[in-house]
Design a protein around this ligand. Structure first.
Ligand code: HGY
Ligand code: MN
Ligand code: MN
Length: 412
């Protein structure tokens, strides 16, 4: 007997607990780096759950996992999902929440004995984080044709393995062609990972767009020397140059203000010894802005600074672009859909931009897309203490379910 579908919070929380036992870190949080053993185990569990609720599972050549639920008509599907890989100090919700809430929405439809007009497609994209294998959102970028499959396979990670090797090793180099389904629309439910919704007491964020971003790897070559005997003015100190860059990036972002961000997240020194002036350094610079021309300016200021620094410190500085994405804005009707759905569920909702990158940034190239945010306690993410209250997890999943239902009944 047909009833109206409802999110079962306990079932969703149970799945989050079970999934987060994979890659659990001793002090809390998770590490399921893309294409690692932990990622494989998570993927296997997701595929099992998808099959258990009757979804037809496809894996494409870059490892994107797509579970489809038949509709009454053979139309373009409504796609929704996110990612299940994490950063090294990952929390319990980044990416995973959007995938498991999507699974819960499908199960709620099963229990309500409902079949939507359009088919539904639940997706877990490969390597959204990009911290092991840049760029981020690699799986969705290949899916929309923004990165050639062979190019993605050749990307060598921070630990020396390539994407192709690791994908085959964990058994997720699937035979479906990336992009084999062109969705009618794409929705991504995700934690905000910032402080706005919590600070302003909103429960739902209707995401208007996603920041632009550039990732640059900077390699500095100086000269190793004795820490005690080498006069300060004769040094070619790669560590000192590294520190200058970190301070420059901080001051650049502070000086530009607005939505400009700047981060030096990874630093490797050689030989990294207490009594040796560092010969080499490799570091990364992450610059972001929601305004394309300001991001361009920040990029240029960094390049100019590196040129001056090389002269000043008598070191060689080489850069390698790891990622470069323009800001995207989502279609007004998709953002309004989230707002309307939240309002009908009496959930306080505001519009906002995302400072984090997401797969929706790539899917927006293929079909109408947007995101639904729920609050992050303390605005914390990419941190083992990441947390979102259960009632907010339930609220977000209900907005996802109802927005998907609305899209699934659209004809054109
Ligand atoms: O870096 C990002 O914004 C995303 O978490 N991959
Ligand atoms: Mn994410
Ligand atoms: Mn993330």
């Amino acid at each position: 007997m047909r009833t109206s579908p409802r999110i079962d919070l306990q079932r969703l929380l149970g799945r989050l607990d079970a999934f987060n036992r994979i890659g659990a870190l001793p002090g809390g949080g998770n590490c399921r780096l893309a294409l690692s053993e932990e990622d494989r185990a998570g993927r296997d569990l997701l595929v099992r759950w998808m099959r258990e609720i009757g979804l037809r599972v496809s894996v494409d050549a870059i490892g994107n996992i797509i579970g489809t639920r038949a509709g009454r008509e053979e139309l373009a599907p409504v796609m929704f999902g996110s990612h299940v890989d994490t950063v090294g100090t990952g929390g319990r919700y980044d990416g995973l929440y959007g995938v498991l809430a999507g699974l819960e929405a499908c199960e709620a439809l099963n229990h309500a004995d409902q079949t939507t007009r359009r088919p539904l497609a639940l997706v877990a994209f490969t390597n959204e984080e990009g911290s092991r294998f840049p760029p981020y959102a690699m799986g969705s970028l290949v899916y929309v044709g923004g990165l050639a499959l062979e190019e993605a396979y050749a990307v060598r990670g921070i630990d020396g393995a390539t994407v192709g090797e690791e994908l085959r090793r964990i058994g997720y180099a699937g035979n479906a062609c990336p992009g084999f389904l062109t969705p009618h629309a794409y929705l991504e439910l995700h934690i905000e990972q910032g402080p706005i919704l919590e600070n302003e007491h909103f429960v739902i964020g209707a995401v208007e767009g996603i920041t632009g971003l550039s990732w640059t790897e900077v390699s500095i070559t100086g000269r190793s020397a004795h820490a005690g005997t080498t006069p300060m003015d004769l040094r070619r100190d790669a560590a000192c140059a590294t520190g200058e860059i970190a301070v420059f990036v901080r001051r650049l972002a502070q000086g530009m203000g607005g939505q400009q961000k700047g981060t030096v997240g990874r630093i490797e020194l050689y030989p990294n010894l207490v009594n040796v002036v560092a010969e080499r350094a490799v570091l990364t610079v992450d610059l972001r802005n929601t305004d394309a021309s300001l991001l361009q300016q920040a990029d240029q200021q960094l390049a100019d600074f590196l040129e001056r620094l090389a002269q000043q410190e008598h070191v060689a500085i080489a850069t390698r672009r790891l990622a470069r994405f323009e800001p995207v804005s989502f279609p007004a009707e998709m953002v309004s859909l989230v707002e309307t759905t939240a309002r009908e569920l009496a959930l306080p909702c505001r519009r906002l931009f995302s400072g984090a990158g997401h797969d929706a940034q790539m899917m927006a190239r293929l079909c109408p897309a947007t995101m639904i945010f729920v609050p992050s306690v303390g605005g914390l993410s990419h941190n083992v203490h990441e947390y979102t209250a259960p009632e907010h997890l339930e609220a977000g999943a209900s907005v996802l379910l109802n927005a998907v239902l609305r899209l699934a009944d659209e004809v054109e």
